[in-house]
Design a protein around this ligand. Structure first.
Ligand code: NAD
Length: 495
């Protein structure tokens, strides 16, 4: 049984709080470790370590920062197999998918290596006679990152490479369900030569989160998780004077027009609906089929679902278990709700025969047709391998459905009509849109973030907005007196 420590000032530290959480191996259905939950003293110590490391790190040359960032990238590339195994053992996703999330995180590290370009200020000579005006971007100080269970490596890496590149020091509070990836990344930073205290890991639950949100030495909060918690994080952080970006939940629709290539649609719906057992914020949850395509599409999707091999992610499988038993049972309960609400369960994941231990948290891919839009199956985020079909008569009806939802994270349209796709991209109220692409996660040099209840705050993750979030700008107006200049002038300089 492993004990998962905190990481403070470049060292693993066992929590003395006496409070801990169980970390499961979801494919075995067993407790595999205990993670110590930080108490108030440990929260203060972690933030103090980050605060103490800040002055030196903020003044570290860009050249040195790039070298460390580059080394981190090289080590990550060389050792990512180890990290993937850790992710699979605590989250359950298959190894290839764990490697995929690391690669997407690594892209942000690669983007952050270009920090000199992103941190450049502006300069205007002679804004007034002999007066120059310029701006510089400076780091915020100690920044807090609070991450969800579903991407234990990628989501923290949406933020910390940019934060560190910009000269901040970091306290990461990973999900208590799969915290070992964060510890592994902390050790990798040390090996890459990052000074102690620049990257810290604060394991814990609400107490650790609240400690970060309310501590006067924490300058900003970057959060990713479910919508109710994101809203709480946003409000509490703002009340305590912090800069905050809080990314919330999702319910992503795929709109299928009758002219679409239905084989491409079926492949995409299955990949985006059941990859990582549907535990992705960009997973497709609802296929909105513009008639008359629904029957044909359901046939194509069902036949592909029959080929999905569910089992232990360490074996040769396509889809692993859900993260915990509690979550597995909650997701399965939506299948019952669907039946009660009059929907038609076409493929029932409760019948799955997995290639894995009998106690694993298994739920197979599930397809539900004719889901009423009043049903919780349609209105709530399920976050599991359950794909709903809603049938509509027209493009307009489908668009209206998508735009009336509470979330606005991702969406996709499948069509061969460029004009229809262009109209959709213009009219849909969602932050990230795929055109014949089911999971439109932006590359690292663009920014990631949804609209409506999928993002609280006004900054998205990584890309230019990431650097803007993790820096504050100073504008300097300067005049170097020459001997001819002088005299009283009580007004603003005007020429
Ligand atoms: P969660 O909201 O339960 O937990 C996220 C973090 O908040 C964890 O670190 C957790 O310890 C902490 N937390 C939980 N309850 C808390 C409380 N009451 N007070 C303070 N902190 C609390 O989310 P999860 O189940 O780990 O992750 C899944 C959710 O994350 C889904 O809703 C998914 O859509 C969302 N998500 C969103 C994005 C995005 O980019 N928008 C990306 C990934 C995941």
């Amino acid at each position: 049984m492993k004990n998962i420590p905190l990481w403070i000032n470049g060292k693993a530290v066992e929590s003395k709080s006496g409070r801990f959480g169980d970390v499961f191996d979801p494919a075995l259905g067993e407790v595999a470790g205990k993670v110590g939950f930080a108490n108030q003293d440990e929260i203060n110590q972690t933030i103090a370590a980050a605060k103490a490391a800040f002055p030196e790190w903020r003044d570290q040359s860009l050249t040195k920062r790039i070298q460390i960032m580059f080394k981190f990238r090289e080590l990550l590339e060389a050792k990512k197999g180890e990290l993937a195994e850790i992710i699979t053992s605590e989250h359950g996703k298959v190894i290839s998918d764990a490697l995929g999330e690391i690669t997407r995180g690594q892209e942000v590290v690669e983007f952050a290596c270009g920090m000199p370009q992103m941190l450049k200020g502006e300069y205007s000579e002679n804004a007034s006679t002999n007066v120059d005006v310029y701006s510089v971007k400076q780091p915020l100080g100690v920044v807090g990152i609070i991450s969800p269970f579903n991407f234990p490596a990628m989501v923290p890496m949406w933020f910390f490479p940019v934060a560190i590149a910009a000269g901040n020091t970091v306290v990461l509070k990973p999900s208590e369900k799969d915290p070992s990836a964060a510890l592994w990344l902390a050790k990798l930073w040390k090996e890459a030569g990052l000074p102690d205290g620049v990257f810290n890991v604060l394991n814990g639950d609400k107490e650790a989160v609240d400690g970060l949100l309310t501590h006067p030495d924490v300058a900003s909060i970057s959060f990713v998780g479910s919508t109710p918690i994101a809203q709480y994080i946003y409000e509490t952080s703002a009340k305590h004077g912090k800069r905050v970006q809080a990314l919330g939940g999702a319910k992503n629709h795929m709109l299928v027009l009758p002219d679409a290539d239905l084989d491409l649609v079926a492949d995409s719906a299955v990949n985006a609906g059941f990859g990582s057992a549907g535990e992705r914020c960009m997973a497709i949850s609802v296929v909105v089929a513009v008639e008359p395509v629904a029957d044909q599409l359901i046939e194509k999707i069902s036949s592909r679902m029959a080929q999905i091999k569910v089992g232990d992610g360490r074996r040769s499988c396509d889809m692993g278990p859900l993260v915990t038993k509690v979550h597995r049972d909650k997701v399965a309960s939506y299948i019952e709700i669907a039946e009660k609400d009059g929907a038609k369960v076409v493929v029932d994941g409760r019948d799955v025969v997995p290639d894995g231990a009998p106690g694993g948290y298994w739920l197979g891919p599930t397809l539900i047709d004719k889901v009423p839009t009043s049903s919780k199956v349609y209105t709530e985020e399920i976050f599991g391998p359950v794909l709903s079909i809603v049938r509509v008569k027209t493009y307009e009806e489908g668009l209206q459905l998508i735009n009336s939802g509470a979330f606005g994270n991702g969406t996709a349209i499948f069509t061969n009509d460029g004009g229809a796709a262009r109209k959709f991209q213009n009219e849909v109220e969602v932050g990230m849109i795929g055109i014949n692409v089911p999971i439109p996660v932006p590359v690292a040099y663009f920014s990631f973030g949804g609209w409506k209840h999928s993002l609280f705050g006004d900054s998205r993750a990584h890309g230019e907005e990431g650097f803007r979030f993790f820096t504050k700008t100073k504008v300097i107006t300067s005049r170097w007196l020459d001997p001819s200049h002088g005299g009283l002038n009580l007004g603003f300089p005007q020429n």
